[in-house]
Design a protein around this ligand. Structure first.
Ligand code: FAD
Length: 467
């Protein structure tokens, strides 16, 4: 017997570790471990997605005469236990690149080896493994555009087939625990459906049309022009090779150069995911530490009221509040708005990016350590290829540009349902009495953007030792 330990690869097709296990010719025992150390960092919405995804994976195996074993406990204890109980000779898994995951994997590997069970880990989650796309000096790029040029021109592997029914061991697992049994309350957000079929359907839908408008629409939150594949990529219900192949077919089927360019633009976003995976793999400490050092500590403000208003979507900056409320209700936020709310927290409120990261980690269905840290450090001007500290997003201008009719804002901030787009985008300029008349329950801006912009620049200049 051979164990395939599923982690963030909750799929059977385009799964290199699983294919490797099946290729040995021994019966495969698929395993997932609900590890308390990992669950401690999870949010109800993400765990709800996980449980649905596990049930889906289990039914795939059951339909073919196998089963997915779902065990609870520290992975370094449980994996060797399950493997030994099944007389497994080997445990195979796909690599994960975060520091926490790699620490866990080292402990599991050591425990298995001590028990005389072989281990094998395979690169699967991204096309090109960390360390394989490098500048002349150093082990990873810090500037995305250079990374992208190499990434784009590299040969991509093809998707791998799913194992045959004959490859599966005849095992049967315990019931999958419920959210409550794992100690979580029902999530506030409605979890997206994260199953293999839902992922494929989304890829097929997106690549059959919307991908050609992606470049034009991706920045407009009301347009729903992005793929919304992030929860699937997070849990691995779709593999990177299968997804990329679908985008290449879309490129082949494109009827204009613009359409082809739009597919390229989408592929460029997929490369951001791999860029950040490489950065994190070589800099695991950046989950808590700034990637780019400043001469002095950045003197972030301690502002619990500001933080609370930001979390609640009550800053009086409509586009920021719309984003924060979308996060609450959907467990997802549009990328342009993620950049805006992160900029607002770190520049207008001058609150440490780690407070924002922490909130996102507890709310996002698609939380991915590498992308989340990457996004936050970018916005906080502490990251790789980050937004320069002196370029501070103006939330009003951004709202006007990317949500001109205030459609997205009205969708998420019902208090503003009767205000015109001009009133919404000019909220900061209205008289208090006008604001009160238009939307009595909606706050005035909690800070003055122009003032805060100056102060934020000063904060960073002090950290640079310039003032
Ligand atoms: P699409 O535009 O359809 O893109 C397709 C895929 O490309 C995404 O699913 C994602 O895997 C990848 N991608 C797109 N943009 C980026 C990017 N800027 N960085 C890295 N990968 C990208 N993304 C996450 O997957 N998880 C996170 O926890 C996360 N946190 C973020 C935090 C902040 C502060 C910021 C600014 C961005 C964050 N992102 C994160 C990146 C991005 O916002 C999301 O990937 C995107 O909004 C997901 O929606 P989509 O699948 O419709 O994206």
């Amino acid at each position: 017997m051979i164990v395939h330990w599923h982690r963030r690869d909750l799929r059977t097709t385009d799964n290199r570790g699983l294919a490797r296990a099946a290729s040995t010719g021994e019966p495969v025992v698929p395993l997932f471990v609900l590890d308390p150390t990992v669950l401690e960092h999870a949010s109800p919405v993400r765990v709800a997605c996980l449980l649905e995804s596990l049930a889906d994976l289990r039914s795939w195996y059951r339909d073919r005469g196998g089963d997915l074993l779902v065990a609870r406990g520290e992975a370094s204890g449980v994996v060797p236990q399950v493997a030994a109980a099944r007389d497994a000779t080997r445990v195979v898994w796909n690599e994960d690149y975060s520091g926490l995951a790699r620490e866990r994997d080292r402990a599991v590997r050591a425990a298995l080896e001590e028990a005389g069970i072989a281990t094998e880990s395979v690169h699967d989650a991204i096309h090109h493994e960390p360390g394989s796309i490098t500048p002349n000096q150093g082990d990873h790029y810090s500037v995305f555009s250079y990374f992208w040029k190499k990434w784009r021109d590299r040969d991509k592997r093809v998707a791998v087939d799913e194992p045959a029914a004959a490859d599966l061991a005849d095992v049967s697992g315990e019931p999958i625990p419920s959210l409550a049994e794992l100690g979580f309350d029902e999530p506030e957000a409605t979890p997206p459906t994260v199953t293999m079929a839902a992922a494929r359907e989304r890829v097929a839908d997106f690549c059959s049309g919307p991908i050609y408008d992606y470049a034009d629409r991706r920045d407009y939150p009301a347009a729903s022009g992005t793929s919304r594949l992030s929860p699937h990529l997070k849990w691995g219900t779709i593999g990177p090779r299968e997804l990329y192949a679908a985008t290449e077919r879309a490129a082949e089927g494109a009827s204009t150069d613009d359409d082809r360019e739009s597919v390229r633009e989408f592929q460029r976003q997929l490369a951001w995911r791999e860029f950040y995976a490489h950065v994190l793999a070589f800099n695991p400490e950046t989950v808590t530490e700034n990637f780019s050092g400043y001469e002095h500590e950045i003197e972030w403000r301690d502002d619990p009221d500001g933080l609370e208003a930001w979390q609640a979507g009550k800053t009086g900056y409509p586009i920021v509040d719309a984003g924060m409320r979308q996060l609450r209700t959907e467990g997802w936020m549009h990328n342009r708005v993620r950049m805006l709310v992160a900029s607002f927290l770190t520049k207008d409120l001058m609150i440490d990016w780690r407070r924002g990261y922490d909130w996102f980690r507890r709310r996002l269905a698609d939380h991915d350590t590498a992308n989340d840290v990457g996004g936050w450090q970018w916005a906080g001007s502490t990251g790789t290829d980050a937004q320069p500290y002196f370029r501070v997003f103006n939330p009003m201008k951004q709202g006007r540009e990317y949500d001109p009719d205030a459609e997205y804002i009205r969708d998420h901030v019902p208090e503003l349902a009767d205000a015109t787009a001009d009133e919404i985008h000019g909220w900061h300029e209205l008289e208090p009495a006008q604001r009160e008349r238009l939307a009595p329950g909606y706050p005035a801006p909690i800070v003055d953007h122009a003032e805060r912009r100056e102060q934020a620049i000063e904060l960073f200049e002090q950290a640079r030792g310039e003032s």
